[in-house]
Design a protein around this ligand. Sequence first.
Ligand code: ATP
Ligand code: MN
Ligand code: MN
Length: 301
Amino acid sequence: VVPEVPQDAPADDPVADVKISNRDRVIFPETGETKGELADYYAAIAPLMLPWAANRPVSLVRCPQGRGKKCFFQKHDSGSFGSHVHHVPITEKDGHAEDYLYVEDAAGLLTCVQMGTIEFHGWGARTSDVEAPDRLVIDLDPDEGLDFEDVKRAAKDFHDHLQDLGLASYAMLSGGKGVHVVVPLTPGHSWDEHKDFAKRFAEAMSMAEPDRFVANMSKAKRVGKIFIDYLRNQRGATAVLPYSARARAGAPVAVPVSWDELDGFPSAHEFSIRDSAKLLERAKSKALAGWGFAEQSLPNL
Ligand code: ATP
Ligand code: MN
Ligand code: MN
C-alpha cells in the first residue's frame, strides 16, 4: 500500500491560485492563530500530509468563524468548493449514491481551508476502490481522569499484541487526548471483515484486562478506563488524518511518532500549527522512516 504521492505537481507554486480571504481572522481564540497561519501550515505540511490525505474520501470539520463558534462535519459536496476539490460517488445503505469529497493536492487542502476547514478526517479506503479498506485505526480514548502515561502504555500493548499476530502498527498522537494505532493493510478484505477483526481484537483486549480497557460503547462502563473505539473501522467511518490540525485550544495537530519516541511525549497535543518547520525536519529522521507502511494482510482471528 504505497500511498500515491502526486508525481506531476507543477514546478511553480501549486497553491498560488487558491486565494485565502480574511487571513487575519482569528481561528484559535485561546492562542491567536489566524486563518492565514492555518493556510500557511497546510501549504507547508502538504508534502507530508498528502500521502495520507490524497485520494481518499474525507470529512471536513469546518469552523468558518473560528473554533470557538459553530463547527460542523461535512462529508458530502455542497457544490461550492470549486475545481480543486473532487467528488467520488459512494453508495449509501439505501442504495442511492452520494458524492463524497476528496482532494489530490495542496491546492485541494488549501481550498478546504479557504472554506473554513480546520480538520481533515479520512476513510480507511482510497477513492480507487472505496469498498476495499487499506488500514485499520485503533482509536484509544482515555476516560477523563486517566493519565497520558496510561494511554501510551495501552498503545504499546496494542502494538505488541498486533505484532504477535504478525501485524506492523504505527502510533499517532491525535492532537487531542488519545493515541491512534494505525495498521496499514493491503486491500483485499471487505469492510465487514475489517470491522469484525477490529471488534474481536478490541474485545479480546478488554476481556484480558477489564480494569484497563473497555470495548463497549456505553459511557457508564468507561469510568477510569481506556475505551477501544474499534468502530473507526466500519464502512463510512473516518479517523483524523496524519498532520491534520485539530479544532481544539492551542491549534494542535495529529502527529505520527515512532514507538521509541512515544515514551517521551507528555501529551497527545505536543505540536501545533506553528510547528510546521519542526514537523518537516522531524519527518526526515530515521525513527520515522517508513511510518505507516507495511505490506501485510488481515490475519484470521
Ligand atoms: P481524541 O484523541 O481526543 O479522542 P480523536 O480524533 O480520536 O481525538 P474521537 O472523538 O475519538 O477523536 O473520534 C475519533 C474519530 O471519529 C475522529 O477522528 C473522527 O474522524 C470521527 N468522528 C468523531 N466524531 C464524529 C462526528 N460527529 N461525525 C463524524 N465523524 C466523527
Ligand atoms: Mn480518539
Ligand atoms: Mn473515539
